[in-house]
Each structure stands twice: as structure tokens, then as C-alpha cells.
Design a protein around this ligand. Structure first.
Ligand code: MTE
Length: 319
């Protein structure tokens, strides 16, 4: 994974949101946010802004951290999304015209229910919840992100995986026309990731569709991306088009690219260094250029929820 010098870091700001959509309107809101053209006023009460349409009926969660979230600007301009370039500011510049409607998600493999679903139908059965989570990138920077998402456990259960389903594999869209990074061999495209079924059904795992109460911006993985906060950020795959229930451990992009550096598990662990740098501390984006690096927490501070999943696993070997 490339390491870039930090670009300009902006002070944190917490935005209060005012214009909300009902959950039923999410679909229409997303259709606007995902498109390039927008006719002002077309949706009556909905007032889309530069930041994308607001969502409503978003529940709160006891799993949220009370640490201050990073600013909208930090979260949406300092990104890793190699399909749109390897620079931290490439995704927000290059993903603006990315079409996230129509969007189809295919579910296949060892489950009673499989098939292809329009994004709207896929998320409709599930409650939207705000989850304010720490995000720790393997490159040793971190943020706090107020995601809006649906419970991955609920999604997994709804497809009724069979006893053969030991893992859940995820795939990003493959579209080199829209995604300029896919015309270069930085990674084996499409980006793929995976979790054990126990990890996928842990209460912390979500599929995010929003940030700061608004439709998720393209550069953050629109229209739907995984968020597993106790793992390094590269596990949280963006712009998902396929979810597969598998018997065998699925291949994962960074592990294919550099197996000595990036394992399947990728649990945040300050005791296991990356071969090329220490993982003991992290740089909080937005903290200011003079701020000390802060200590990295095992499982990114989510040990209470997830440590039991790894009690029989040698975390040095299964990094
Ligand atoms: N998903 C895809 N498809 N492509 C990527 O390059 N980068 C990963 C992850 N998901 C990536 C991806 C990495 S390394 C990180 S740290 C997070 O996305 C960053 O998420 P953010 O840009 O929303 O902060």
C-alpha cells in the first residue's frame, strides 16, 4: 500500500443537519445524489445541497463512540479508493461523475435466498442507523466517521446462509471506463474482500449508505460499502456489487498484492507491526500538524465486541 504525505489538514467541525428525508425517499434522494444533473426543487420539500441529500428515520446506536467525528471535509477529501487514483485527493476529484444508479447487488453462493437486487430493494427491509466509528487505516492514520448504515448481520440472516457458508465475500464494481484506476495494474481488479461469517454477523459490522446523515459520497464508496471498524480500513470494501456466501476463505485484494504485508484478518493490532512500519501509534486526521500521534488500540478499541472471535487464533500468524 502506498503511503502519501498528509495533504492539508483541516480543523474539525461538527455540522448540524436540518433537511431530512423519510426513509422511503432515500431511494429518490440517492438517485439525485448519484446522478450528475439535478433540477432544483424537483423533489419539493427535499433540499439537496452540495453535500448530497439528507436521510431521516436514522436511529442512534449505543455502539457509537462519543469521540468527536472528523469534519465532512476531512472524511470526503482524504480517501483511499484506488479505482479513482492513488492520491488521497484523487477519489473526490475523479469520482464526481461516477454513476451509482441504477445499481445492482448480486447475492450468490451457499444461501437459501440468492439473486440480483436493485439497490433500493436491497436496503429497503433494513433500518438505517447512525454508527459513529473510529476508522484506522493500515497506513497509520485514523479518523472518526459518523456512518449511516444497515446491520450486516441482519442482511446476512435475511439471505438464510446454509451450514456450508463459512465466509462472506464482497466485490467492488468492475468498470474501467468509469474508474480510471482500473485501467492501471495497481491491484488485481475488481477489488475483493471477505470476512468469516462470525465477523460478518458481529453487531459492529455494517453496510454504510450515508455519512453525517446524508447519502454517502461517491469517493467514500457509494452507493454501499462495508464498514468493519476493528479491522484496518482496507477490509471496508467500497461500491459493492456482489456478496457471496462461500465455504472456503475468499481471496482479498491486498493479500493477493502483498501477502507478507496484508493478511486476511487484518485486525487492528498495535503489537504486530507492518513489515515496513510500526502500528503502535496513529495520526488522527484533523488533529493538526503539531499533534502527537496517539496510541493505537487493539481491535481499534472494539475488543469488548470482537476479542472472543479470535480467542483461539495466533494473531501474529493470522495478521
Ligand atoms: N475499497 C475499494 N474498492 N478500493 C479501495 O482502494 N481502499 C480501502 C477501503 N476500501 C479501497 C476500498 C482503504 S485502504 C481504506 S483505508 C478505506 O477504504 C478508506 O475509506 P474512506 O476513503 O472512506 O476513508
Amino acid at each position: 500500500m502506498l503511503i502519501k504525505k498528509p495533504s492539508d489538514i483541516r480543523p474539525s467541525e461538527i455540522t448540524s443537519e436540518s433537511n431530512y428525508l423519510s426513509r422511503r425517499d432515500f431511494i429518490r434522494a440517492g438517485a439525485i445524489a448519484g446522478g450528475t444533473a439535478f433540477a432544483p426543487g424537483a423533489l419539493g420539500a427535499i433540499v439537496p445541497e452540495e453535500r448530497g441529500a439528507a436521510l431521516s428515520d436514522v436511529g442512534k446506536s449505543p455502539l457509537s463512540t462519543d469521540e468527536a467525528p472528523n469534519s465532512w471535509e476531512d472524511i470526503t477529501t482524504y480517501n483511499n479508493f484506488y479505482e479513482f487514483g492513488t492520491g488521497k485527493d484523487d477519489p473526490h476529484r475523479n469520482a464526481q461523475d461516477f454513476k451509482t444508479r441504477p445499481w445492482t447487488i448480486t447475492v450468490d453462493g451457499h444461501a437459501e435466498k440468492t439473486g440480483s437486487f436493485h439497490f433500493d430493494d436491497f436496503i429497503k427491509p433494513f433500518d438505517l442507523e447512525e454508527r459513529i466509528y473510529r476508522l484506522r487505516c493500515v497506513e497509520a492514520w485514523s479518523m472518526v466517521v459518523p456512518w449511516v448504515g444497515i446491520s450486516l448481520a441482519e442482511v446476512v440472516k435475511s439471505f438464510k446462509p446454509t451450514s456450508k457458508a463459512k465466509y462472506v465475500a464482497f466485490q467492488t464494481l468492475l468498470d474501467p471506463v468509469q474508474m480510471p484506476g482500473q485501467r492501471r495494474g495497481v491491484l488485481d481488479w475488481p477489488y475483493v474482500e471477505g470476512l468469516t461469517i462470525e465477523e460478518a454477523t458481529n453487531e459492529l459490522s455494517i453496510l454504510a449508505v450515508g455519512i453525517y446523515g446524508r447519502v454517502i459520497p461517491n469517493q467514500n464508496g457509494a452507493p454501499i460499502r462495508l464498514v468493519v471498524p476493528w479491522k484496518y480500513g482496507f477490509k471496508s470494501i467500497k461500491s459493492i456489487v456482489r456478496i457471496s456466501f462461500t465455504e472456503r476463505q475468499p481471496p482479498t485484494s491486498w493479500n493477493i498484492s502483498a501477502p507478507q504485508e496484508y493478511g486476511f484478518y487484518a485486525n487492528v493490532n498495535p503489537e504486530v507491526d507492518h513489515p515496513r512500519w510500526s502500528q503502535a501509534r496513529e495520526r488522527r486526521i484533523g488533529a493538526g500538524i503539531f499533534a502527537q500521534r496517539q496510541p493505537t488500540l487493539k481491535f481499534n478499541g472494539y475488543g469488548e465486541q470482537v476479542a472472543h472471535l479470535y480467542k483461539d487464533l495466533d494473531l501474529r500468524r493470522y495478521y
